[in-house]
Design a protein around this ligand. Structure first.
Ligand SMILES: *[C@@H]1O[C@H](CO)[C@@H](O)[C@H](O)[C@H]1NC(C)=O
Ligand SMILES: *[C@@H]1O[C@H](CO)[C@@H](O)[C@H](O)[C@H]1NC(C)=O
Ligand SMILES: *[C@@H]1O[C@H](CO)[C@@H](O)[C@H](O)[C@H]1NC(C)=O
Length: 220
């Protein structure tokens, strides 16, 4: 009697812990809906393991992206403009096979912020490769590099709208960090090295309504 009672209690505790840690993955109902552009364009898939109003926790598989080298710049807008044009030339056929590759979403940018007032930040810009290029060798180019991403398995993600620019990104990163304080993921996030973060933009500059942007903090 007592043994089975204790076992039941143990199971209940283990279950509560699993839920608290976001391991009750099947139960998570995402607050963030699939961006409209992911109904039109191929987007990398992920699993939502926890969802609440101000952020969600996702699990990603490592898949093939095309990446620029880290670009040294004072400005997100400048670096992303330069990086995206390198990737756009590549998908438009400037590659070893002359292949025209379908646009995908999001455009993802890894940011390593500057470490001093007169230092530049570094920005690596990435574009997800469509499924048909996920197996085998992608066309190559001298400007961009095939990369398997993400490096980490999990991301804490905050979504926001509008056009990302050099003044509105940092406040979103701070809001996400604040949301995560005291959460079950804080300790894991603290183990990820550096002050870096990733931005994901799901819209072209010509789309004005319902724009979807995300800031992601990675961890294992
Ligand atoms: C810093 O970034 C600016 C563009 O924002 C660029 O013109 C400059 O060359 C960069 N500095 C270095 C040292 O790379
Ligand atoms: C930018 O370039 C300068 C000069 O080459 C270098 O000292 C600095 O570390 C670079 N910054 C980043 C963030 O890569
Ligand atoms: C950045 O975007 C915000 C709106 O999100 C806007 O109010 C601000 O003027 C923009 N800043 C720059 C430098 O473009």
């Amino acid at each position: 009697m007592m043994g089975s009672g204790r076992r039941a209690l143990g199971l209940l505790l283990a279950f509560s812990l699993a839920v608290a840690l976001g391991l009750g993955s099947a139960a998570a109902t995402p607050v963030y809906r699939i961006p409209d552009n992911c109904k039109r364009l191929e987007c990398p898939s992920y699993t939502v393991v926890h969802s609440q109003a101000d952020f969600e926790i996702r699990r990603y598989q490592s898949v093939l992206w095309m990446s620029t080298p880290p670009l040294n710049s004072t400005s997100y807008t400048d670096a992303t403009g330069r990086g995206f044009s390198m990737l756009f030339s590549y998908i438009q056929g400037k590659n070893s096979k002359g292949a025209v590759i379908e646009m995908t979403a999001p455009v993802m940018v890894d940011v390593e912020p500057s470490t001093g007032p007169f230092c530049n930040s570094s920005f690596a810009v990435h574009l997800y490769m469509p499924k048909q290029y996920q197996q085998g060798k992608p066309p190559l180019s001298s400007e961009v590099i095939p990369t398997r991403l993400p490096v980490h398995r999990y991301a804490a993600v905050r979504r926001f709208g509008g056009f990302m620019n050099d003044s509105n990104i940092a406040p979103q990163v701070s809001l996400l960090r604040t949301s995560l304080k005291g959460s079950p993921w804080q300790a894991s996030l603290a183990k990820t090295r550096g002050d870096g973060y990733t931005l994901a933009g799901y819209n072209s500059p010509f789309e004005y309504k319902n724009r979807v942007n995300e800031v992601l903090l990675w961890f294992d």
